[in-house]
Ligand binder design. Structure first.
Ligand SMILES: NC(=O)c1ccc[n+]([C@@H]2O[C@H](COP(=O)([O-])OP(=O)(O)OC[C@H]3O[C@@H](n4cnc5c(N)ncnc54)[C@H](OP(=O)(O)O)[C@@H]3O)[C@@H](O)[C@H]2O)c1
Length: 327
């Protein structure tokens, strides 16, 4: 099979399409013929071993995709050859075939969705759902501030926050991309390069501040978020696209009575018991069928141009998701 391979660490130019063996499945696995796979920021970090999960070289990048089941292991009961599915993998999605354990890694492609849309759902949706539902317990009419809102996990949080009845304020640094975020449901968008989100959030809430803050960006955005937070707010630490971990001032945490909540959507799913697994198996497919968190795709590339799919993410051109079309 053809696959995008990383055989040395570096920038996206290290990626090459190579012939690789089709993975052999075990009794509890399914083999999927991949239709499309999407790029996430952790894929970029894995190329330079800057992500918490460091795959051994050589590896095939890609954490999520969608396609058609082409073989099932002897013990697999729930999936059949020909089923159209959304899958998660750690990593390996940028290939013609991928092997995944049948349990916990698959859901059906919702009716009417393209494989490209399906390929871009899982990481954003699980991260937004785990953050807003499991960690923050977001309630209707609360004020939700979403940073990095034109990116993959940010846009999913905007969409889910609206669905859950929150008032959503979204930030980013480009007006054209923020216009799409507005179309995706944000009540208000704030361009960080030209406006002060702290005063805007305070102004919109009679000086109270945001109840829940979802932050995949970190750095100055995280520091300022503490000033935009309401007393007793929940601050979700989702990622650090601005460059790396950020020191948090404990006096601000104390004075505002803040709850700082770390988010590890994938790791929690691997560790947690049945309730969490049930949400992933039942609630996320239900939301997808309703059209909640349907991905917005701004860029599509063939496999041979996988490096360009990484570059548009690094260059902050993507609105929602960039997808690699495979089959
Ligand atoms: N905690 C979890 O379970 C979990 C799961 C998945 C991903 N993540 C993390 O969430 C973060 C976002 O991932 P993603 O896939 O949504 O990324 P993405 O699609 O690239 O979106 C990231 C957003 O961050 C903003 N940003 C601010 N400074 C940036 C910079 N210096 N470089 C690039 N982007 C910058 C960009 O918005 P503007 O250009 O508009 O400012 C961009 O839209 C990453 O740190 C990732 O590791 C966490």
């Amino acid at each position: 099979m053809k696959a995008v391979v990383c055989d040395r660490l570096g920038d996206p130019s290290v990626l090459q399409v190579k012939d690789m063996p089709i993975p052999e499945i075990g009794p509890a696995d399914v083999l999927i013929k991949v239709g499309a796979a999407s790029v996430n920021f952790p894929d970029v970090l894995m190329l330079t071993a800057d992500y918490q999960h460091k795959p051994e070289l050589p590896f095939i990048p890609g954490m999520e995709g969608a396609g058609t089941v082409s073989a099932v292991g002897a013990d697999v009961k729930d999936w059949r050859v020909g089923d159209r599915v959304i899958f998660g993998v750690r990593p390996g999605a940028f290939a013609e075939y991928v092997k995944v354990p049948a349990s916990g890694n698959l859901m059906r492609l919702p009716a009417g969705w393209s494989v490209a849309e399906g390929s871009a759902f899982r990481v954003g949706a699980t991260t937004a759902y785990h953050s807003l539902v499991h960690r923050a317990g977001l309630k209707p009419r609360e004020v939700l501030l979403v940073h990095g809102a034109s990116g993959g996990v940010g846009m999913a949080a905007v969409q889910l926050g609206k669905h859950l009845g929150a008032q959503v304020i979204a930030t980013g640094s480009d007006d054209a991309r923020l216009a799409v975020v507005r179309e995706q449901g944000a009540d208000l968008v704030v361009n960080l390069t030209s406006a002060d989100f702290v005063s805007i959030v305070k102004g919109m809430t009679d000086g109270r501040g945001a109840d829940v803050i979802y932050d995949p960006v970190g750095g100055e955005v995280l520091e300022k978020s503490m000033r935009a937070a309401a007393y007793g707010a929940r601050l979700l630490v989702v990622g650090f696209t601005s460059g790396g971990p950020t020191r948090i001032m404990s006096n601000r945490v104390l004075i505002k009575g803040l709850s700082i909540l770390g988010v590890r959507a994938g790791e929690t799913a691997r560790r947690a018991g049945s309730d969490f697994a049930k949400d992933y198996a039942v609630e996320l497919p239900r939301l997808a069928e309703l059209g909640v968190m349907r991905p917005h795709i701004s860029h599509r590339f063939p496999m041979e141009r996988a490096a360009d799919a990484f570059r548009v993410l690094i260059d902050r051109e993507v609105v929602g998701k960039a997808v690699i079309e495979i089959g």
